[in-house]
Design a protein around this ligand. Structure first.
Ligand code: PMV
Length: 338
């Protein structure tokens, strides 16, 4: 028997980092996915095949003994094998089209897809159960995770996330035309989160003000998204992205490359070029990784075929940056085959 599950990558539209400290965040699942295929094996081992290499470890070993990139898979496989006496081992194959280490949720999508795929060999779990064990798996490499990434990878669509209260669905979702641009600088989320924690410790009062600004930005965005009659929604959301970027800059998770990309994207439009971006910001932990840009509404309507939008963004950012359009996607999907 084969159990196959796929989960989407994600973008954070608003609230990264601040969400770790209790504010809300708005996230969306995107149409770049990771697929995990699991099968039973006769060997008493957990075997993981991925683009990063192969690992085979006796089931009796704990996940801490694996390299960090394999730890969540070993954790999940061990957890399920150990609760079922009739099973010897499991082999897991990971196939991903989400770029690694650039803030698009590759590791969370892997945790969610692996949780659904491995558990599918044993019994079908609910979305809540998949989410719970995928967050446990993610904590083996990133103990401070807010859980936001795994949540959007599980449920898909666009969500509001709160670390304590969990997921809230947004009532009405406008069609946002978003472009993702990769700075090609990899980052380590754990290090950026640690840096922000130190910033908070050294600037307690200012940090709580920044959290209050972030809360206000998110409340305004939710209000706009839920108001079907708001014609200027794209402009307002774009402005809020710009405000959110200022907060991220202040907590020092932006850098010259990211600032330069955002500046080039949001500069006043060329009068000869009928094309503009309403707002741009970092998405994810920052210190590298990706930025997102919201294409002006008239432009988005005119150039429905996103290739034209991408061509313009590439022209602004240069050839050394990877750009792609983001469509909002569904959450985890799974099936079994004999
Ligand atoms: O790992 P990334 O780049 O997808 O970003 C994670 C988002 C943070 O808010 C920085 C951390 C978290 O756990 O929410």
């Amino acid at each position: 028997m084969k159990s196959i599950a796929s989960a989407p990558g994600k973008i954070i539209l608003f609230g990264e980092h601040f969400v770790v400290h209790g504010t809300k965040a708005i996230l969306a699942a995107i149409d770049k996915r990771v697929t995990v295929t699991s099968t039973f094996t006769e060997n008493k081992t957990v075997k993981v095949n991925s683009q990063l290499g192969t690992l085979e470890m006796p089931v009796s070993f704990s996940c801490e003994e694996a390299n960090s990139e394999f730890r969540p898979f070993v954790y999940l496989a061990n957890k399920m094998i150990n609760s079922n006496q009739n099973v010897n081992g499991v082999e897991i194959t990971i196939d991903s089209d989400i770029p690694i280490g650039v803030g698009l949720g590759s590791s969370s999508a892997c945790c969610v897809a692996a949780a659904a795929s491995i558990s599918g060999l044993f019994k079908e779990l609910s979305s809540e159960e998949i989410l719970k064990i995928s967050i446990e798996a993610e904590k083996t490499i990133f103990p401070d995770t807010s859980g936001a990434d795994c949540t959007v990878c599980t449920y898909g669509g666009m969500i509001v996330y709160d670390k304590i209260k969990g997921i809230e669905k947004i009532g009405n979702i406008f069609d946002l035309n978003l472009i993702i641009a990769n700075s090609m600088i990899p980052h380590i989320t754990k290090n950026s989160v640690e840096k922000v924690r130190k910033f908070k410790e050294n600037n307690e009062e200012r940090f709580s003000k920044l959290c209050a600004y972030e809360t206000r930005i998110i409340a305004d965005v939710i209000r706009v998204m839920e108001d079907e009659d708001e014609e200027d929604y794209n402009i307002i959301i774009g402005e809020k992205m710009v405000s959110n970027q200022m907060l991220l800059k202040e907590i020092q998770v932006s850098n010259d490359t990211l600032d330069g990309m955002i500046r080039s994207l949001t500069l006043a439009p060329d009068p000869d070029e009928d094309w503009y971006i309403d707002g741009a910001k970092i998405t994810g932990a920052g210190d590298g990784g990706c930025v997102i840009a919201l294409v002006g509404l008239d432009i988005a309507m005119e150039y429905k075929e996103t290739e034209e939008n991408l061509r313009r963004v590439r022209a602004v950012l240069g050839k050394d940056k990877e750009c792609f359009s983001a469509k909002i996607d569904t959450g985890v999907r799974s099936k079994t085959e004999q």
